[in-house]
Write a protein that binds this ligand. Structure first.
Ligand SMILES: Cc1cc2nc3c(=O)[nH]c(=O)nc-3n(C[C@H](O)[C@H](O)[C@H](O)COP(=O)(O)OP(=O)(O)OC[C@H]3O[C@@H](n4cnc5c(N)ncnc54)[C@H](O)[C@@H]3O)c2cc1C
Length: 507
């Protein structure tokens, strides 16, 4: 109770980039690495629910989902037993930092979520370095590979995911790595220090982050992306294009619409062969092709599986007293595989396993990338959704490498991408989450940022003299105040005489 009171007295901030909650005064977000300019004050929710019991909660896994579940249980139940079991030898750590600090060397101490003492204080027993082999729901037992077995009252399945490595010929070679664990990150660094040429397969965020870290260690790096452009799901074509140019200027070559045929080499990697026959020499290969949820143990236990372990909004599976959360879980068809979602799911699973009743709902998180001497912040729609009327508005930029794009639907800001200058990220987040109007976003902008401020103009219809005032818009016709003339749809017509847009002139 004392610990709980202490926690409540502390002040917290939320990272607008990744959603991590931290104590006020934290200088760097431990999850995504951004600084205090991306932190906003945060008031933690407190659950009034408390029920001390002698139950045993077994949490399978030792990632953030598992840890969040354990924390939520202890907050509500001071006397129960909590056992976390995981196969990694380290204490739970901030997995997203693996690709962010790779070139400098990732050390366990700097990326731990909590030190050893915290687990002792919370009376959470962490059995790490142990592989779970089976769950028997009928006997309520968990079995480990070394023969140990434990009985549970409530079980939380939080076994996360593994990196997906497509079955290319040559993917078994010793210099082929996919980054999921601290050991993988260390291996990439060691290889990069002795390699001249590296190929990263996959042009998503993790692939690009890794490419940049390897490049900083002096390697010549190529990124091979199967899609026609990098990060196709997260950002629009303009941002992909600009980021590719920046990558090129940073010394990273990007191949798009490129399919890997095989990794060549007998005992060691020699090259990547693309489907068109191109050979890319490679002393090392990093595969960054997404993840696969760890569902096997759940499936063997009779737990319903889709792409991952199926849950309801309370994170319950189809088997009573078994909950699932994190990268191994799927809710409403989504397997987010994001740190903050895993944490929220874990918290929900833990709370509900205790008898509290809380619902999981996903939030809108931005995509961020730091590297190649630039920063990317993108949130919401990327302007590519078919059938939606989304317009792109480009602001002026500080340099050729900067980009500031807003995606509008009926003049409401539904998405944005900031590349280079991301200081308006918090305003943009507010606008996208609040579905604000485009002009509201600019009116609220930092007064010393003139770059995004737009002057409202008037346009006169040459046929009838009607005046379109951008500041007023045409609310009766569904055109919000602040809508720039240039942003009116191509089929806009004068409300008085029906003349087309090209009949208008600036007043
Ligand atoms: C390199 C990298 C960078 C990332 N960057 C970001 C980012 O910037 N932002 C973001 O939001 N997300 C990021 N992510 C994703 C984020 O880290 C994950 O969504 C999150 O860590 C998932 O947490 P989890 O607890 O569900 O699973 P995991 O962290 O995978 O934890 C599952 C644990 O279960 C253990 N386990 C599995 N099977 C067994 C078994 N049979 N027996 C015992 N133990 C077992 C595993 O060893 C692991 O420790 C990144 C991921 C990686 C790999």
């Amino acid at each position: 109770m004392e610990a709980e009171t202490g926690v409540l007295k502390k002040k917290y901030v939320r990272c607008i980039v990744c959603g991590e909650i931290m104590e006020e005064g934290t200088l760097i977000c431990p999850v995504c690495g951004v600084g205090p300019d991306k932190f906003v004050p945060y008031e933690p929710e407190t659950s009034g629910y408390h029920n001390d019991t002698k139950e045993v909660f077994i949490i399978l896994g030792q990632g953030i989902a598992a840890l969040s579940a354990a924390t939520a249980i202890r907050e509500r139940n001071a006397t129960c037993g909590i056992l976390m079991i995981g196969e990694e030898n380290e204490l739970p750590y901030n997995r997203p930092m693996l690709t962010k600090g790779m070139s400098g060397g990732v050390s366990e101490e700097t990326i731990l979520v909590h030190d050893k003492q915290w687990y002792e204080e919370q009376n959470i027993l962490l059995l790490n370095g142990k592989k779970i082999s089976a769950v028997y729901p009928d006997k309520k037992e968990i079995h480990l590979q070394d023969g140990m077995a434990f009985m549970y009252d409530k079980c939380i399945y939080a076994l996360g995911a593994v990196s997906f490595v497509p079955p290319y010929k040559g993917s078994h070679l010793p210099e082929v790595v996919a980054v999921r664990t601290i050991q993988d990150a260390k291996k990439v660094r060691e290889l990069a220090l002795v390699s001249k040429k590296a190929v990263v397969i996959g042009g998503g965020i993790l692939g690009l982050e890794t490419a940049w870290e390897i490049c900083k260690l002096g390697c010549e790096v190529c990124v091979v992306e199967m899609a026609p452009r990098i990060m196709p799901r997260q950002i629009g074509p303009e941002t992909s294009q600009k980021l590719s140019e920046i990558a090129k200027a940073s010394g990273i070559t990007i191949y798009t619409a490129a399919t890997v045929e095989e990794i060549t080499g007998i005992d060691h990697t020699e090259a990547i062969r693309l489907a068109d026959g191109t050979l890319l020499p490679a002393d090392m290969v990093v595969v960054s092709c997404g993840i696969r949820a760890n569902t096997e143990i759940a499936a063997d236990a009779g737990i319903a599986i889709g792409r991952a372990v199926l849950t309801d909004s309370n994170m319950r599976t189809n088997i009573s007293d078994i909950y699932a959360c994190g990268d191994c879980a799927e809710f409403e068809g989504m397997n987010y595989a994001l740190w903050t979602e895993a944490s929220q799911m874990g918290k929900t699973a833990g709370a509900n396993a205790c008898g509290d009743l809380i619902q999981y709902s996903s939030d809108l998180y931005p995509v961020t990338f730091h590297g190649m001497n630039t920063t990317l912040y993108a949130i919401g729609d990327n302007g590519c959704a078919p059938g939606t009327k989304i317009r792109t508005v480009e602001g002026s930029a500080n340099s050729d490498n900067d980009l500031e794009l807003y995606y509008l639907d009926q003049n409401l800001v539904v998405g944005a991408a900031l590349l280079g200058d991301t200081k308006n990220a918090s305003l943009v987040e507010e606008a996208v989450k609040g579905k604000k109007q485009f002009n509201e976003l600019f009116l609220n902008k930092n007064s010393n940022n003139t770059k995004g401020e737009t002057k409202m103009e008037k346009y006169i219809c040459n046929v009838c003299g009607y005046e379109y005032d951008e500041a007023k818009g045409e609310p009766d016709n569904g055109i919000a105040p602040g809508t720039k003339f240039a942003d009116l749809p191509a089929d806009y017509v004068c409300p008085i005489c029906g003349a087309g847009k090209d009949e208008f002139e600036k007043a």
